[in-house]
Ligand binder design. Structure first.
Ligand SMILES: NC(=O)C1=CN([C@@H]2O[C@H](COP(=O)(O)OP(=O)(O)OC[C@H]3O[C@@H](n4cnc5c(N)ncnc54)[C@H](O)[C@@H]3O)[C@@H](O)[C@H]2O)C=CC1
Ligand SMILES: O=C([O-])CC(=O)C(=O)O
Length: 320
């Protein structure tokens, strides 16, 4: 019997089978979104994790393939490549302290992956996020719509969580956006945060909102201090899987995404989080919000610090 229905299922490669990468593999497979290749430099580890995830399929009731590997040839033809390879920070460190170690890892991963999946859309997760996304963009030579960083979805989810906890409401009823870099200089937009359409400025006083904004800015470090041996991974994996889903299902969701700017928000040649529509071709458009003077200034300050670290990264890579 012949059929014209293609048998090909989407393939997502995750480079770095650590805590974020392996949890993301689980999310993607259990949501039935795609088959997954989990790649790491450590031999045996991605193979073991993949086998473990495969053995759960009957119980979780899905039939996605999960392959563990140390060989980029196994990633060939991926629709999406997610880069989570690299060190996480330890207590007392900033994300920027990871620049020296992670720059080379991300550039190598991006080059190897694009060689086998020239049509893929790339999502970078490794920290420091905005600089690593810039380096992956440089290394692959991809058009900016096909390479982006995950941070804003996570930072916004944290802000929404803290608002929901404060008000005692369902987290899914809270909508907020955090723009800017993935660091202390991120820009949570309180003015645009709502609970089912009601601005939070109607529900919380200014001092409380400031406290929640500060907790959001410190959201990653709060978890690093508690876990001690690494950073957050459940919510980061959820945030990344939401981006993967928006691409694979062509949902055109409007999400804060770290993207290469060419004049938007008055910024050039820098990667930073701004609202983007995300669909099957990648970033379909960038939304330029009307920002207040202080919000615009905060975004400029945030971009300035990313730019400084991009310059540092170029020196580090040139010296290697
Ligand atoms: N953008 C964001 O919002 C977030 C970013 N992160 C970042 O994601 C990265 C990964 O975090 P975790 O999964 O917690 O760390 P982890 O240490 O659990 O996993 C990292 C994995 O990368 C692998 N790796 C190292 N060099 C590699 C290479 N050259 N090729 C392939 N794999 C390689 C390691 O063997 C390890 O398995 C860190 O840089 C962390 O800071 C984590 C959470 C949120
Ligand atoms: O804080 C970290 O190092 C990991 C991360 O980026 C986050 O959880 O936001």
């Amino acid at each position: 019997m012949s059929s014209s229905i293609p048998c090909h299922l989407p393939l997502v490669t995750i480079i770095g089978a650590g805590r974020v990468g392996s949890t993301l593999a689980q999310r993607i497979a259990e949501k039935n979104l795609a088959d997954v290749v989990l790649l790491d430099i450590v031999e045996g580890m991605p193979q073991g994790l993949a086998l473990d995830l495969m053995e759960a399929r009957g119980i979780e009731i899905h039939n996605r393939q999960i392959i563990g590997t140390n060989n980029y040839a196994d990633t060939a033809g991926s629709e999406i490549v997610v880069i989570t390879a690299g060190l996480p920070r330890k207590p007392g460190m900033s994300r920027d302290d990871l620049l020296r170690t992670n720059a080379k890892i991300v550039v190598e991963a991006a080059k190897n992956a694009i060689a086998h999946s020239p049509n893929a859309i790339f999502i970078v997760v490794t920290n420091p996020l905005d600089v690593m996304t810039y380096l992956a963009w440089q290394a692959t030579g991809l058009p900016r719509k096909r390479i982006m960083g995950m941070a804003g979805v996570l930072d916004s989810a944290r802000f929404e969580t803290f608002i929901a906890l404060e008000l005692g409401v369902l987290p899914a009823d809270v909508k907020a956006m955090v723009l800017g870099s993935h660091g202390d200089l991120m820009v949570p937009l309180s003015r645009y945060a709502t609970v089912n359409g009601i601005p939070i400025t109607e529900l919380l006083d200014a001092a409380t909102i400031d406290r929640l904004v500060e907790r959001t800015r410190n959201g990653g470090a709060e978890i690093v201090e508690l876990i001690q041996t690494g950073g957050a991974f459940f919510a980061p994996a959820s945030a990344t899987s939401l981006m993967v889903e928006s691409i694979l299902l062509n949902q055109s969701r409007l999400l804060p995404i770290a993207t290469y700017l060419q004049g938007e928000y008055g910024l050039n040649d820098v990667v930073i989080g701004v609202p983007c529509r995300l669909g099957c071709g990648g970033i379909e458009s960038i939304l330029e919000l009307n920002l207040s003077d202080s919000e615009r200034e905060a975004l400029q300050t945030s971009a300035k610090s990313v730019r400084k670290n991009i310059e540092r990264s170029q020196e580090i890579l040139a010296a290697n």
